[in-house]
Design a protein around this ligand. Structure first.
Ligand code: DHE
Length: 569
């Protein structure tokens, strides 16, 4: 059989098996096309991942006609899986954005088939790891054998272990009492240097590098405290870093590791709670952890493991996106595998989850509508956006938008015809879907797709706009064709059409947008070993600055202090 022809077929199988309507009772999606988003090599920094808890018996398991792993091979494969695969396929390999990779599914396919898929990838977004030079053939072979063995169960992380990891480097009393003189610090940008394990702080007025902060393994996102004074960085290894932007230069004030694997943190934003609390959502273990917002001292831990909304028992539930309400002292989080949206009341002792709203399985990224009442979150393996009314604590509806919606925090604007709208681009289809989000001003259009706009390629991860901008910016970093992965498209709010697309780079992948505080310039990353930041004028779309420097290693997300602190998107 020609294996090179199999990946597209697998992708088609994925589309065909995705349910056409919201179907919480249908159990998990049975797609076969792997979807992975991590196109860069592993960093040199060794992640502090959960210690191996595999049963020795699995090592002797003969698979695919006798293949097996030595303890050393097993440990190597476990690290590669954690770095490359766990985000999409799950720690216990039960599947989410990517399909399940449990032995009942992998053994029948066999080592050579699995090795080929790992090597050549799929057109649903999984890179061909060997084809793109990011894995050796030997590593692909190792992984192909590893995923036929029972997944090792990593250990729990109780509060006492989290507490033991806490390091307060600068007590609050020893910190500056005023912002740095002569700096528009609220226009600082924090730039993730993913594979360098660093965050760069740049001055958004002068483009000058203000500080390079060592945040550790594959830091994923930054969020701001409500006053904007602190950045919270969260790494894939679950480490949280508190960065004080008033220090000269900005510096780490505290660190803690609440999880073994994580993607998100969020601050308390309700009046009276500014800069007071922080929540970290874990990918592993299935829990969230609440810290003091000024010191990162651990305050409480709450488990999130539950059966799915369909009733199916689960052994893994990951906390995906988290937003902070401005209407009440709560956080709202998407619980990926189970399909619930959880509401955490941070007024109450222990920070309990006070509501669990059945939404859609495989929740991933999302953000607020323009009023801050509705949480709009992608269930990307279900091709849907789920709309949750956080005031009434109920699911409003789900909207089918296309294969693999991935909005980031999303984008809100006033459409000339349809009232307030929100939108997403997709990983799996070349389409920008605009849906009504104005149940009061334009009820007939609320919660339905009102514009389907063709894009040059699939492979989008982020969309972005600003209240003062005429445009929505759209990337395509996981497009299969390298030249498509370097394109930016700009959608015109006034005409409802794509205004222009252009190539922002001749290397790497172009990913993620952020505005400056004034909303006049847009920063874009060229994600490569030797990366770049390109800054555009938001009105003319002309290039204003191209930042190149040896420290710009694999830049990905960028977070402007003011916009992140005030949820401007
Ligand atoms: Fe992300 C947001 C998870 C791959 C860059 N990413 C998020 C969020 C989640 C998530 C749950 C929402 C956080 C929130 O708003 O509270 N990301 C995952 C994964 O599980 C996944 C698919 C695979 C993995 O192993 O991590 C993944 N993400 C990536 C990438 O490959 C990106 C492009 C580079 C990287 O760092 O690995 C990437 N993710 C980002 C960025 C955001 C993000 C820049 C924040 C967007 C924003 O504007 O707020």
């Amino acid at each position: 059989m020609n294996l090179l022809r199999l990946a597209p077929l697998l992708a088609l199988a994925a589309c065909a098996s995705a349910p056409a309507t919201s179907s919480p009772d249908a159990g998990r999606t049975d797609d076969l096309a792997p979807l992975d988003l991590d196109p860069n090599p592993a960093p040199d920094v060794a992640p502090d991942v959960a210690p191996d808890a595999r049963p020795d018996a699995t090592l002797d398991a003969a698979v695919d006609g006798g293949a097996s792993l030595t303890p050393e091979e097993f440990e190597r494969a476990r690290q590669i899986y954690f770095n490359r695969c766990a985000g999409c396929h799950g720690t216990l390999r039960a599947g989410a954005t990517g399909p399940a990779l449990t032995p009942d599914r992998t053994i029948p396919r066999g080592t050579s088939f699995l090795r080929s898929i790992i090597s050549i990838g799929s057109d649903r977004g999984m890179p061909g790891w060997v084809r793109t030079g990011l894995m050796t053939r030997e590593e692909a072979d190792l992984l192909a054998r590893y995923i036929q063995l029972a997944p090792p169960a990593p250990p729990p992380r109780p509060l006492e272990d989290i507490r033991a990891s806490w390091q307060l480097r600068v007590p609050v009393a020893d910190r500056p009492t005023a912002p740095p003189a002569g700096r528009a610090w609220e226009n600082y940008f924090g730039v993730i240097l993913r594979d360098a394990g660093r965050v760069a702080i740049l001055d958004g007025d002068s483009f000058e590098l203000v500080a390079l902060i060592e945040t550790g393994f594959a830091v994923h996102i930054l969020r701001s405290s409500t006053t904007g004074r602190y950045f919270y960085a969260v790494g894939r290894d679950g480490r949280v870093t508190l960065i004080d932007l008033w220090a000269s230069p900005p510096a780490i004030a505290a660190t803690v590791q609440g999880c073994f694997d994580a993607r998100s943190v969020e601050a308390s934003r309700y009046p009276g709670y500014e800069d007071r609390l922080l929540v970290e959502g874990c990918y592993w273990p299935p829990q969230y952890v609440v810290f003091d917002g000024l010191t990162l001292e651990p305050r409480a831990l709450q488990p999130v493991l539950s059966p799915a909304i369909s009733g199916e028992p689960l052994s893994e539930v990951r906390v995906a996106s988290i937003v902070a309400s401005h209407e009440e002292p709560t956080w709202v989080m998407g619980l990926k595998e189970s399909g619930y949206v959880g509401i955490i009341d941070y007024r109450q002792p222990g920070f309990p989850m006070v509501a669990r709203i059945a939404a859609e399985r495989f929740l991933h990224d999302g953000g607020w509508d323009h009023t801050g009442r509705y949480f709009m979150v992608a269930a990307n393996a279900r091709n849907r956006m789920a709309i949750v009314d956080t005031r009434e604590r109920r699911l409003v509806t789900t909207i089918e938008t296309g294969a693999g919606p991935h909005p980031g925090r999303g984008v809100n604007w006033l459409d000339p015809t349809y009232g307030w709208v929100n939108a997403t681009a997709h990983m799996g289809v070349a389409r920008f879907a605009v849906y009504g989000a104005d149940p009061e001003g334009s009820p007939a259009n609320a919660w339905r797709v009102v514009r389907n706009v063709a894009l040059p390629s699939a492979g989008s991860l982020f969309v972005k706009s600003h209240p003062t901008s005429p445009w929505v910016w759209i990337d395509a970093p996981v497009a299969g064709d390298p030249s498509a992965a370097r394109q930016i498209c700009v959608y015109a709010k006034a005409t409802g059409a794509i205004h222009r697309c252009w190539s922002a780079s001749d290397h790497g992948q172009v990913v993620h947008f952020e505005y400056n505080r004034a909303g006049t310039q847009v920063w874009v990353s060229v994600w490569d070993r030797v990366g770049e930041i390109v800054v555009y004028d938001d009105r003319t779309l002309a290039e204003v600055r191209r930042i190149r420097a040896d420290w710009l290693v694999t830049p990905t997300g960028k977070f402007n202090v003011y916009n992140t602190a005030h949820d401007v998107y």
